[in-house]
Write a new protein. Structure first.
Length: 407
């Protein structure tokens, strides 16, 4: 009994260093999450994987209220699909300019340099860029590969200048030993100067939206792994379209130039058109997250105004629900275990495997009820309670008596 009490005191001393086990638990698309989904969402995740495997070229809306864990879902989905798909995260909260360039950069980061080299190598073989002298010795045929590449993609790509640039870079990457390094830099998304572009016989780098789109299309369609784009905060398009009534109008430009759209509205429509254009990339799968069914209907109206046929690519929405009561117990234990392992106190993980110390099961149940099952609200309350332990010299007994007050 004394040993157990000592271990509980040791855990409290660790916490009082000033590290809150739940402080870092704000899931983003940039910072990898190691925790999986809670058990009640396992079937949901499996159903998503089933939809992804059985369909191509679709837009799947995932609907869930704010704080329900849509971004955390991305990491669980990415982990589950890692053997067969490149899963890419985009948030419309911060991607406005150079949409295709940003998306391309995320794609390259996902597949890595070695897979990029495999794709370009396979393309050059498909385009008959390797001849064999005397039937044995491989000889590069750069122009033949370029002609075949342009012939293959010419019918499906309108911008012939961009297509020519991209084909030249891909073929130089594998078949031109003098410009291979510059070609790889181009393919990795680096911005090249005029001399480097001239050496590759191309006009523009990937800052040009058409070049970025064409290269993205060719690489995705020829990757051995499928590609899934997870677009978070799709609601942003709607908020940009709606003018802010509280904004003071200093100068009404319509008096001078006539009635015009506000800049945010134009930006939103451009982003939506660029996202919809991605449907021209064969086998590309897209997931979008929204907070409500009403938001989805607004998005569909906008899509219908652009191209009614694109509505056929929308799958029926799936709904991400709140935590069930049992989820908070497993979530708490898993996160405490992850926390102790992260700070190199693995010896304590087994000791507290069947305990909720420094909280109690009753306290966790109250937190769940107070948060109405919303994961983000659950985390906020846990942070508040642990801050009391860390910064105000509270004991576990204090928390057990005051958790309702702290919530």
């Amino acid at each position: 009994m004394l040993l157990w009490e000592n271990k509980k005191q040791k855990l409290l001393k660790i916490l009082k260093i000033g590290i809150n086990p739940f402080k870092k638990f704000v899931s983003t698309g940039e910072i990898k999450e190691n925790l999986g989904l809670v058990s009640s969402r396992t079937d949901f995740l499996n159903d998503l994987e089933d939809i992804i495997n059985k369909n191509e070229n679709f837009i799947l809306p995932i609907i869930g209220e704010i704080g329900v864990g849509k971004t955390h879902l991305f990491w669980a989905l990415k982990d589950q699909l890692k053997d067969n798909y490149n899963t890419i995260y985009l948030s419309l909260e911060n991607i406005y300019k150079r949409f295709y360039y940003n998306l391309y950069s995320e794609f390259i980061e996902s597949i890595g340099v070695e897979n990029l080299r495999i794709i370009t190598n396979n393309l050059c073989f498909k385009w008959n860029g390797i001849d064999k002298k005397y039937g044995f010795f491989p000889i590069s045929n750069l122009q033949k590969a370029r002609n075949n590449g342009i012939e293959r993609y010419g019918p499906s790509i309108d911008d012939k200048r961009a297509l020519n640039d991209v084909i030249n870079v891909i073929t130089s990457h594998r078949l031109d030993p003098y410009n291979r390094i510059e070609a790889e830099n181009y393919l990795l998304g680096e911005l090249l100067n005029v001399r480097e572009l001239s050496a590759l016989n191309v006009e523009k780098d990937l800052r040009d939206k058409n070049n970025a789109f064409v290269l993205l299309k060719i690489l995705i369609e020829n990757s051995k792994s499928g590609t899934l784009i997870f677009i978070d905060n799709f609601e942003k398009i709607i908020s940009l379209l709606k003018p802010n009534d509280e904004t003071e109008v200093v100068f009404d430009s319509s008096w001078l130039y006539g009635s015009t759209e506000n800049p945010d509205s134009r930006t939103a429509k451009k982003i939506l058109k660029k996202i919809l254009k991605l449907q021209k990339i064969n086998s590309l799968r897209i997931i979008i997250t929204l907070n409500s069914l009403n938001s989805l209907e607004e998005i569909k109206k906008l899509v219908s105004n652009i191209d009614h046929n694109l509505l056929l690519t929308f799958k029926d929405p799936v709904f991400l629900s709140k935590f069930q009561e049992g989820d908070i117990y497993s979530f708490y234990k898993d996160n405490m275990k992850e926390f102790l392992q992260h700070i190199n106190y693995q010896d304590l993980t087994d000791e507290f495997a069947n305990s909720y110390h420094p909280l109690t099961k009753e306290a966790l149940k109250y937190i769940y009820q107070k948060a109405d099952g919303n994961p983000r609200e659950v985390i906020k309350l846990l942070i508040r309670i642990f801050n009391e332990l860390i910064y105000h010299d509270a004991t576990a007994n204090d928390i057990d008596c005051r958790y309702k007050e702290l919530c």
